[in-house]
Design a protein around this ligand. Structure first.
Ligand SMILES: *Cc1c(COP(=O)(O)O)cnc(C)c1O
Length: 450
């Protein structure tokens, strides 16, 4: 019988008999998970970038068990509890200076919905009710709910099908300057932002971005100078700056938050994925005093009308606190720096990989690395290839990436990068249909045509 489980982001086969067997996970330990039948796979993407401590971490497991024995859940409306209070304080402490207020929600998408509602209502309460649109970046991804779909990349994003349903927002070009760009190298990118703001600022409530690393948009990396410039533009045009740190938060870019690289405080910041170490779904939208205090007042318009059933769930808050304690006590930023050095050495400094005719670019930032290929078809069959070598790699479009758990050892990291490189060696004949120069020319032609 076919399974009643409907899996995400996957085309269904025309006939059920064609359905492939989906690997069945029965457990995990550290950076590995185990399949029924005895296979052990090294997870190169830590379950969509959230299992930063790996699987079955004893301290996180114990925290959930202890909390379940005390208080599994209680509503946060009109009540409070220690795990929510303590986690809110901890998040205020570790996030950039000035983000002093924490609104809990149950997922990253809903965190972004809350950020957008807060921004809009802030402008209503401060006398600018005409600011009802968002400004987002091309190649951005902010979640799968309707409000979020409307601010994901409208062309290359995955939600184009639903555009008739969605409100219209503004988009600026995706940043192109690399992480290590000089201040003058981000000027073009910032000019792109300024152009939209100059024309439409009167109706723009907030600028939304994944700071430094547009993750689902193909691990597009940019410079901290871009964040500084964006902050200045937002202040100039009375537009709120919202950082979606759902993917970048908790160390992925090499500092605790991407915002730390630029020493910028956004007006609103959204955290999820690594927040609970991946052990439970939860998220937090943080705001500065300026935003929060605009909601003080006596009219009905001052209430913030949002409240998911499971906001501030004690199990999630407790495991998030434990995750943060492990992160700090076990010096995770040093672990991330070590992983980053291995990724740079094994991928960026590999001349053979860079010269491979299928490879368009290789990038590393913190504990995130991507080999971008010219043609998505060049990655067909990669998942089975990696699985046969004991590694779980999920490439998407023309991006072969890894975002490992931070407890991944150097030897395990090399196992992952070796499999990534082996794919290109194994297919050097197949992929080399065209010379590199020819491919570059083709891509440029396509870009010009767009
Ligand atoms: C994953 C992700 C989201 C959505 O989070 P969910 O918890 O899956 O709803 C939003 N923004 C970014 C940058 C993400 O990577």
């Amino acid at each position: 019988m076919t399974s009643p489980v409907w899996h995400p982001y996957q085309r269904l086969n025309p006939r059920p008999e064609q359905d492939p067997a989906v690997p069945r996970v029965i457990g995990g330990e550290g950076p590995y998970f185990y399949l029924e039948g005895g296979e052990r796979l090294l997870d190169a993407c830590c379950s969509w970038w959230c299992m930063i401590h790996g699987y079955r971490h004893p301290r996180l497991v114990r925290a959930i068990a202890e909390q379940a024995d005390t208080l599994s859940h209680v509503m946060l409306a009109g009540l409070t509890h220690d795990p929510a209070e303590q986690l809110a304080r901890a998040l205020v402490r570790v996030t950039p200076e000035g983000l002093n207020h924490v609104f809990f929600i149950d997922s990253g998408s809903v965190g972004m919905e809350v950020a957008m509602k807060m921004a809009l209502q802030y402008h209503i309460l401060t006398g600018r009710p005409e600011k009802t649109r968002m400004l987002a970046l091309k190649r951005g991804y902010h979640g799968d709910t309707s409000g979020c779909m409307a601010v994901c990349d409208p062309e290359s994003g995955m939600h184009r099908l639903f555009s008739p349903l969605l409100p219209r927002h503004h988009f600026a070009p995706a940043p192109t300057a690399p992480f290590d760009a000089a201040p003058e190298d981000v000027e073009d990118d910032l000019a792109g932002l300024r152009a939209v703001l100059e024309q439409h600022h009167h109706e723009i409530a907030a600028l939304l971005m994944e700071p430094l690393l547009q993750a689902a948009g193909g691990l597009n990396m940019t410079s901290p100078h871009y964040l500084c410039g964006a902050r200045e533009l937002c202040d100039e045009f009375n537009v709120l700056l919202v950082f979606d740190e759902v993917a970048t938060g908790f160390g992925r870019t090499g500092k605790m938050f991407a915002a730390n690289h630029a020493e910028v405080t956004p007006d609103i910041m959204v955290l999820s994925k690594g927040l609970t170490g991946g052990y439970l779904g939860h998220a937090a939208t943080l705001a500065t005093d300026r935003i929060h205090d605009a909601f003080r007042g006596e009219s009905d318009r001052h209430a913030f009308m949002h409240g998911p059933t499971f906001m501030g769930n004690p199990l999630a808050c407790r495991v998030a606190l434990e995750s943060l304690a492990v992160f700090e006590e076990e010096h995770y930023l040093e672990k991330i720096a070590r992983l980053s050095r291995v990724l740079t050495r094994e991928l960026c400094e590999d001349a053979e990989l860079a010269a491979h005719p299928a490879v368009a670019d290789v990038r590393v930032l913190g504990a995130a690395a991507v080999i971008e290929v010219y043609e998505a078809a060049d990655l067909d069959g990669l998942r089975d290839f990696a699985r046969a070598r004991g590694v779980w790699l999920r490439a998407f479009k023309n991006y072969l990436y890894t975002m490992p758990a931070y407890i991944t050892t150097e030897a395990e990291m090399v196992t992952i990068t070796d499999v990534m490189k082996a794919w290109f060696l194994a297919h050097s004949g197949l992929l080399a249909r065209l010379g590199k120069a020819e491919r570059d020319a083709q891509v440029q032609q396509r870009q010009r045509a767009q």
